[in-house]
Design a protein. Structure first.
Ligand code: F6P
Length: 342
């Protein structure tokens, strides 16, 4: 068989470990040819390929980013995007396609699956917001980076009697914010799941100050929203999947805290730092298990599915199940975190 593979959406620690695993078992054990498409769906639309072999994918387990490159190109946006993608797959004699990505990339995979392409999805996002899998690879690395940063920021906050607002990624869900906030001992965590009231945030900070604690760490997910009418946020430009480019909510919060409380308040936006560098050991292993499960699914002829972590096991779930709605932080975890906040 000739099997295509692509990485789409934001880069994520562990992508190269998936690529390596697919090639190692796909070529090395099953004897298939693996064809990489460059820059996500753009490479499928524009027929940009890259040979993937066991020798060319050696030494990748610890490398961040993706050797295939990635993009947020959406073939469903252009009039002839799907037709061109189907042509490319036919021209390259692709029998099956492994798409590694988040909801956007996998949504396109599901669409092409409906047009007869044999697709298998691998869930990737540092945001951990994909349904039908307990965890996505990359999430644990992002949490580790964020909690390391919070540890370091605590020192400055305490030494200078400052409030530090730490902005982390998390578009639809506050997984990174809540995990890193809990791990780093943050005092306030703002997540998209629970719209916040800036007056209440300031009240909590003042309460701490009145009790002799003159520094605070506020962790905010980039997608956190104020309760209607409590703050004005700017809207940004959109990508091809219709998502607003986020980032910057922390500056608005910083201004509000400073003007309402008078406490010196600073901002650190972790942004793409959370997606960069080497994956943690956990993510390397999870990504490797996902890659092996994906090539096994192709070998068994199971298509229209996504590999998923369920407890200790890797299982196959229908792609549609994974795409139904974002997986958000549940009330139990929010309740547990609340014990330590404020
Ligand atoms: O999808 C993961 C993510 O990290 C989001 O949390 C964030 O909003 C987005 O990617 C940013 O993507 P880009 O690098 O394309 O701006």
């Amino acid at each position: 068989m000739r099997i295509g593979m692509l990485t789409g959406g934001g880069d994520c620690p562990g992508l190269n470990a998936v690529i390596r695993a697919v090639v190692r078992k796909g070529e090395g054990i099953y004897g298939h040819e693996i064809v990489g498409f460059r820059h996500g769906w753009r490479g499928v639309v524009d027929d940009e390929t890259m040979e993937l072999t066991v020798p060319s994918t050696r030494g990748l387990i610890h490398r961040g980013g993706t050797i295939l490159g990635t993009s947020r190109t959406n073939p469903l946006k252009a009039d002839d995007g799907v037709a061109r993608a189907l042509d490319t797959l036919e021209r390259n004699h692709i029998d099956a396609l492994i798409a590694i990505g988040g909801d956007d990339t996998l949504g396109v995979a599901a669409h092409l699956g409906g047009s007869g392409v044999s697709v298998v999805g691998v869930p990737k996002t540092i945001d951990n917001d994909l349904a039908a899998t307990d965890f996505t690879f990359g999430f644990q690395t992002a949490v580790q980076i964020a909690s390391d940063a919070i540890d370091r920021l605590q020192t400055t906050a305490e030494s200078h009697d400052r409030v530090i607002v730490v902005e982390v990624m998390g578009r639809h869900a506050g997984w990174i914010a809540i995990y890193s906030g809990m791990a780093g001992g943050a005092d306030i965590v703002l997540v998209p799941e629970e719209p916040f009231d800036i007056a209440e945030v300031c009240r909590q900070l003042e309460h701490r100050h009145h009790h002799g604690v003159h520094f605070s760490i506020v962790v905010v997910a980039e997608g956190a929203q104020p309760k209607e009418g409590t703050m004005i946020l700017q809207s940004g430009e959109r990508d091809e999947f219709g998502h607003v480019r986020l980032g910057g909510i922390s500056s608005v919060i910083q201004q509000e805290i400073e003007s309402r409380t008078g406490f010196e308040t600073r901002v650190t936006v972790l942004g793409h730092v959370l997606r960069g560098g080497t994956p943690t050991a956990y993510d390397r292993v999870l990504a490797t298990r996902f890659g092996i499960a994906a090539i096994d699914a192709v070998q068994q002829g199971s298509f229209g599915v996504m590999v998923a972590l369920h407890g200790p096991a890797i299982e196959l779930v229908p792609l549609e199940e994974a795409l139904r709605e974002p997986k958000t932080v549940g009330p139990d975890l929010l309740e547990t975190a609340r014990v330590f906040l404020g």
